[in-house]
Ligand binder design. Structure first.
Ligand SMILES: Nc1ncnc2c1ncn2[C@@H]1O[C@H](COP(=O)(O)OP(=O)(O)OP(=O)(O)O)[C@@H](O)[C@H]1O
Length: 267
């Protein structure tokens, strides 16, 4: 068994590299010097107990929050991501748990929500429909009968699929998924996990926030464990058992992995 950290594969440059990231809310230090690397073609599972700092880290990556300190590198360049638009412009999209879909709109309009294609001053329905269909096809999504179906008629798994398709419609490079299977049954979970794997296999970098260790073991390449605002380990998913990930999440260390007991950030 290997210990501690995952090194870059074949000298591949990380798409996203965070170094020494800090964030406080008032007197509370929520992120205490996070180092994280995410690679194209890989699913990085971000795990941690409630309150460990996962959402805060992701919101900082996505420009909803601005980090207080540290370095944010994207494609090897230091960048300043101070708004969601700045993150989108880099190719970073987040699918939050609430999905933010409009029930009264169809799949096409949900996928283009706020970024509608126009021809003059009218919406270009034909182009939007074609692009929506192409994107769903590229994701091998076959469970949607029509892109003109209202999302209110879709199952939980189909809604998740539409939200993910919306995220990849914009030449995304990094897609962040916040608990995508939390509300799903067994079959739909399987479908969504297949889609998550597919995103990475088609060349995107994926960050998957999850409390479900089976999901993590099934689709993740690496596991980044947060404990009380510190990233205590980044390990290859195939190198750890579910029990060891749980130990990292709940205690910030794993004796068997040879991680230090003082919970220092490894790297
Ligand atoms: N806007 C805020 N103001 C003050 N404290 C906050 C704010 N957002 C988060 N926190 C605190 O930061 C800590 C980390 O919260 P965060 O939501 O990032 O954790 P999490 O790992 O995503 O948890 P969960 O799994 O429950 O979603 C918590 O102690 C939380 O109370």
């Amino acid at each position: 068994m290997t210990t501690g950290t995952v090194s870059p594969q074949d000298g591949q440059q990380a798409l996203l590299s965070l170094r020494g990231i800090t964030k406080s809310f008032g007197a509370v230090d929520v992120l205490k010097g996070i180092d994280l690397d995410c690679y194209l073609g890989q699913v990085t599972a971000l795990v941690g107990d409630n309150g460990a700092g996962k959402s805060t880290l992701v919101k900082g990556i996505a420009g909803t929050y601005t980090f207080d300190g540290g370095t944010y590198l994207f494609e090897g360049r230091e960048v300043s991501v101070t708004s969601p638009k700045a993150a989108s412009d880099l190719g970073i999209e987040v699918v939050y748990q609430d999905l933010a879909l409009c029930d009264n709109l169809d799949v096409v309009h949900n996928m283009f929500l706020g970024r509608e294609e126009t021809s003059g001053i009218v919406m270009d329905e034909t182009t939007m429909e074609r692009r929506a269909q192409e994107t769903l096809k590229s994701l091998s999504v076959r469970t949607l009968k029509s892109v003109r179906t209202s999302v209110s008629r879709l199952s939980g798994g189909q809604r998740q699929t539409v939200a993910i398709a919306r995220a990849v419609l914009w030449n995304s490079k990094l897609v962040i998924l916040d608990e995508p299977t939390a509300a799903l049954g067994v079959a739909q979970t399987e479908q969504v996990l297949n889609l998550v794997r597919w995103l990475a296999d088609s060349g995107l970098a994926v960050i998957l926030i999850s409390h479900n260790m089976n999901d993590v073991k099934q689709v993740a390449d690496s596991v980044a464990a947060l404990y009380l605002g510190q990233l205590v380990a980044t390990v290859r998913a195939s190198d750890v058992t579910t029990g060891q990930i749980v130990e990292l999440i709940t205690t910030g260390r794993s004796g068997e992995l040879g991680l230090p007991a003082d919970r220092e950030v490894l790297r």
